[in-house]
Design a binder for this molecule. Structure first.
Ligand code: ADP
Ligand code: MG
Length: 474
């Protein structure tokens, strides 16, 4: 891949000057996070980590990722309405993975009762890496679709301005003018606002369901403020608050301390550690309600790694989206190799292949949030240990994507300025709204580029590995 900053990346004086400007620009633009030391207060904050330089992204792959986003929105929405598919696909997983099983139990329970919810809002982010072929050409490969709590749409709405300034400081005024505007915060808010409007109660609020520790609050505030700008009232509550103060009326309208809730936007609830018994009860209450959940529990299940793996099986997409061969071709063109580890011959064979050649694969459990996947020698050891036990089925295997690294500086508070070999992951935000059977909104809502040093196999920005970036199209 092209290295557009070859001439400045090793110029220590220029880099030092640009980094000082960059950090202040990030603070001014609001690219912020609460600190690890004071995660509960906004009295002391710092900049969220970001790259000094925007990273090169092939324009054709960038456009390909945008062009397929509406297809993925349709697909996720279709999966969320297909009980038979979810049941069949997750049957083996829920036998061994307690977290997926508990989510699935709530899913079954709300279906048995009958859904009170009639408006559906999906906010997802489809993530990709650029796989470098033997001939040096790059291909777009989907890593995963995040269907719950896809983050950094807010902060990344502000990073292009920072990188534009950095390029100017480095004498790259022409290049600076090519950085694309990007505002996922606004796109996400448009979807939430549409769902709120269709819910149809002027007095009702939007509730952000937030974590106990909210270090990434500014990212969420960007979306909140877009809603306030549209005169939509936003409240922030934790599962614990819902357990203590949430209630449903006879027609299952959701009330939080007296206020009716139109939309519940989850920024929490995607890992087992988010739940104790009370929080599970709170989740059930929310799912039973008429409020628009973003996502509803079916859509959360549609984002599991096991579902992703089944989607790559020949014929599955055709069953889920009949009569849409072009959309299917666009999506399939982004898939990497994915393999089931279910008990049986197919699973035995791929497990043996991965044990023999672990560097070709990534081993993934049904978890989100970064830092859960296994690579290389660790992958081999774990697979060796579980290859003859049912535990194997809680994982999937995926071909490892091998992008071409590029030099950059990862700016992190309290860290020395040093050059790193880096790789990037591009995310496209998708937003859709469905009322009954009618899709009333389906769009791509902006992008997120995250970059990390190559020595880290796994992990996102919140996990402290990747940093925010801006694509420079080449
Ligand atoms: P999570 O739900 O934890 O975010 P991901 O599937 O996105 O799980 O994986 C986490 C990180 O691991 C990704 O951001 C990426 O850096 C790396 N990763 C995941 N899948 C692959 C792959 N197939 N090849 C190379 N790296 C991968
Ligand atoms: Mg991920």
């Amino acid at each position: 891949m092209a290295a557009p900053w070859r001439d400045v990346v090793r110029d220590a004086a220029a880099v030092r000057e640009a980094a000082a400007v960059a950090v202040d620009a990030a603070l001014l633009a609001g690219v912020l996070m609460r600190t690890g030391e004071q995660p509960h207060a906004s009295d002391v904050v710092n900049y969220a980590p970001f790259t000094l330089l925007p990273s090169a992204v092939p324009q054709d792959l960038f456009e390909q990722a945008y062009a397929v986003q509406q297809d993925f929105n349709l697909l996720v929405d279709a999966i969320s309405q297909n009980k038979e598919f979810l049941q069949q696909t997750l049957a083996s997983t829920i036998k061994v993975d307690d977290f997926t099983a508990r989510l699935f139990r709530i899913y079954t329970q709300v279906l048995e009762e009958g859904l009170a919810q009639t408006v559906f809002l999906g906010i997802n982010r489809s993530d990709y890496m650029f796989d470098c072929g033997l001939d040096g050409t790059a291909a777009l490969r989907q890593i995963e679709i995040n269907t719950i709590a896809a983050s950094f749409g807010g902060l990344t709405s502000r990073t292009a301005d920072v990188h534009r300034l950095v390029l100017k400081v480095l004498g790259k005024t022409e290049e600076a003018s090519h950085l694309l505007p990007n505002n996922p915060a606004k796109g996400l808010a448009l979807g939430i606002a549409k769902a709120w409007e269709l819910y149809g109660s002027q007095r009702a609020v939007v509730m952000f369901l937030v974590e106990e520790v909210q270090r990434n609050i500014f990212d969420q505030r960007c979306v909140e403020n877009e809603l306030w700008n549209r005169n939509i009232r936003v409240i922030r509550r934790r599962f614990r608050d819902v357990f203590e103060q949430g209630s449903l009326d006879a027609s299952r309208r959701l009330y939080m301390d007296g206020q009716e809730v139109a939309v519940v936007y989850y920024r929490e609830g995607y890992v087992p550690q988010n739940y104790d018994q009370q929080n599970w009860e709170a989740r059930l209450l929310l799912e039973r309600s008429r409020a628009v959940k973003c996502p509803d529990i079916a859509t959360q299940l549609a984002g599991t790694k096991k579902v992703q793996q089944e989607l790559s099986r020949p014929g599955t997409l055709e069953k889920l989206l009949p009569g849409r061969p072009e959309a299917i071709a666009r999506m399939r063109a982004t898939f990497a190799g994915l393999y089931s580890l279910d008990e049986g011959e197919e699973g035995d064979r791929i497990a043996a292949t991965a044990i023999a050649d672990p560097d070709r694969f990534v081993l993934k459990p049904q978890r989100e949030g970064g830092g859960n996947n296994l690579y290389g020698e660790e992958l081999r050891q774990v697979l060796e240990k579980i290859k003859d036990s049912p535990e194997r089925t809680s994982y999937i295997l995926m071909d490892k994507i091998k992008p071409q690294p590029a030099l950059n500086y990862l700016l992190r508070a309290h860290s020395p300025l040093q050059v790193s070999e880096c790789i990037s992951e591009l995310g496209i935000f998708g937003v859709y709204v469905r009322q009954g059977q009618e899709l009333v909104m389906n769009r791509a809502a902006g992008h997120l580029l995250r970059t990390k040093a190559i020595e880290h196999a796994d992990g996102g920005v919140a996990a402290g590995v990747a940093v925010l970036d801006t694509p420079y199209l080449v």
